[in-house]
Design a protein around this ligand. Sequence first.
Ligand code: ADP
Ligand code: ADP
Ligand code: ZN
Ligand code: ZN
Length: 827
Amino acid sequence: MRGAREHNLKNIDLSIPRDALVVFTGVSGSGKSSLAFGTLYAEAQRRYLESVSPYARRLFHQMAVPEVDAIEGLPPAVALQQQRGTPTTRSSVGSVTTLSNLVRMLYSRAGDYPPGQSIIYAEAFSPNTAEGACPTCHGLGRIYEVTEQSMVPDDSLTIRERAIAAWPTAWGGQNQRDILVTLGYDVDRPWRELPQKDRDWILFTDEQPVVPVYPGYTPEQTQRALKRKEEPSYMGTFSSARRHVFHTFANTNSPQMKKRVMQFMLSTDCPNCQGKRLRPESLSVKFAAYDITELSRLPLKKIAAILTPFAEGTASRREQQETEHPEQTIVAQRIAEDLVARIKVLLDLGLGYLSLERSTPTLSPGELQRLRLATQLYSHLFGVVYVLDEPSAGLHPSDTVALLTALEGLKKAGNSLFVVEHNLDVIRHADWLVDVGPEAGEKGGEVLYSGPPEGLQQVEASKTAKYLFDGHEAPGHTPRTPTGWLQLSGVTRNNLHNLEAEFPLGVFTTVTGVSGSGKSSLVSQVLVELVADSLGQPLPTEEEEGEALERTEPIQTDGHITAGMESIKRLVRVDQKPIGRTPRSNMATYTGLFDHVRKLFAATPLAKERKYDAGRFSFNVAKGRCENCQGEGFVMVELLFLPSVYAPCPVCHGARYNAKTLEVTYRDKNIAEVLAMTVDAAWEFFAEEPPVHRALIVLREVGLGYLRLGQPATELSGGEAQRIKLATELQRAQRGNTLYILDEPTTGLHPADVEKLLVQLNNLVEAGNTVIVVEHTMRVVAGSDWVIDIGPGAGEEGGKVVAAGAPAQVAQSMESKTAPFLRHLLG
Ligand code: ADP
Ligand code: ADP
Ligand code: ZN
Ligand code: ZN
């Protein structure tokens, strides 16, 4: 590769071997992804797409054409990138791995049919086809209904007092009431005293009479006006409460509206298919006594156990069938063999606890990437380069060996692997290392080393070398003493059954365990919900992703807090979700530091003279922004058949503001120039302005000095978003008594960045707060005050507290799968 200049890359020349495991290392923001994905993968994709018809190209998520002079010897590439925050498409484990297709084939061709039923096609075993879907629930498995009780929760109220809670609020509800007045219903009698016939009509009718409406008239005045045929204010259309609920549910684009009407809907298992989503004919076909839905709900590990005897030809099927349909036995064996072999790859990657039915939005990005990896392992491609993004994310050290074996398998099959990784065990396993740095952003973008791992030891400037070759010993740490305990009892969720757990307060706790053992269920789900509930704090809304509507089975959840809440005043989750989904949000707006900057501009003499307020300096407000691009700084150019390109706005040239606004300067810089500064530069520039400076100090401390203040949220990685959130918390006045919960905060972080993160988390604890972190990195676990190890295995083989105590204590546990790795590190 010659002359790579994508993002921060500094005109890089590089030679890397094919048919090898090449690992790209470097601190967060150094340019690893820009090299591996932004340049190598993007170029491979571009070349491939040239051979594809323009029409088909539209179906690809096309990368931008990379800034690079030349690349030679590049094989076709397959990217297995982690989707950061972006909602994944609605699919299931079975469809992503294509295992569901095979299972349907198995049922169609080798299933046990009831006597007299003819063979049905594989499609009829999918709830997503007309042939397969249960006709009652259309393949959803649940039916939604409304009842008088669900829509009228308090029947002592009158209609005027809004007895019909399911009707729209504000004007919409008044309108319906006025229509009822015209229709002669008594809106001033308690609901329960109205005749049942009237109540049923008002709630459930499909009729939509259009009637004259006289808002503000009493019922008597209305009746008189009707008799006189007085001109009405308008004609109103009646809509029963049920109609309103279902219509809104089906048609609204607003998640809030959807959520509001959902509270009036009851969902029950479909009575026809019992929630199994398929036609009775499809469900009547069994394999090993399971119908296809039952099989799809079992953990993969169990399915493999059921199918193995068939694959090996040792299963005894009905003798009659053997003689009458010998071909069926052969087909069963073939398909079972294939299924068992494919599932084995998933088991090896530590995913045996998943079921085929599990929907992908409920999987972690790491689990999803490993599912895709497993699918590739079985695709028998040859001569391809796989580009992977931190495949170890979410993996317990005991699962990492299997990952390495899987990567080795792809390589042996004749492929190349380019992997962006932070995990030292994976890095040590590389055939070739490319270390990018030395630091992030402008201070990075150079190749510090390219060669076999041992050679990196000589490279002074490398931050990776220090961690890779220095001894294993963890930094000495004396655990702090808890100030109290938060106790949970009767916790039931996913694989946790009636669990007791206690979390120490005022210290730093890590929760460990193999992937799928139940850490997230306990910490990110139950603990977060119970504490938020107890504080009366609203939960962050997830319905954007439409997940609540997707769920086919209601999740069983239970548990309560028995002690410890008196010393928790606030709950904060710091996750890796984007700080905004549009280029309109950025670090400066998110942290609040931009508010102060805008006030400084509004206070300049020129701004005062022209009566510009702080709002004038926002690119989201019409007054000050460039109208041509609406403050975006660029305009989108749609190209038929090609990815749309963003071009700088021809009017403001990317400045985002109109010319008048840009005339105002603060210490010789206009507002656009300030947004273009890096945190480091701004830290010097605003040294005399305490509110701005304070925010910048913390941003530097969390290692984000290289980011530009106005860098759009959409360009930030998950790790960067997380650190911005953390910095925003840290700059608040330290109140103490806050509970911070983080799920795998070290994902995407170089060991050097992890160290910075730990300093910040420890600062939070020193200030009187509690920090609870789900974690796999043993250095972090060793440096915490308390460890709770969940396990021992995954899925139903986990879900218990295996060991709890100070790191040194847990390291001695005989049952814990974490203990050996912790012991190794603690020396
Ligand atoms: P790494 O993978 O090492 O964490 P990246 O390659 O993602 O680093 O980023 C390298 C630099 O390029 C960083 O300064 C980052 O902010 C910047 N960058 C990343 N994505 C974009 C983008 N889409 N547009 C502009 N700059 C970007
Ligand atoms: P960990 O965080 O330790 O990797 P999880 O708490 O995510 O483990 O998962 C524990 C078990 O619960 C696994 O068997 C997993 O498949 C199951 N599980 C987790 N989340 C969901 C969900 N949203 N729906 C169904 N099952 C789930
Ligand atoms: Zn049904
Ligand atoms: Zn513009």
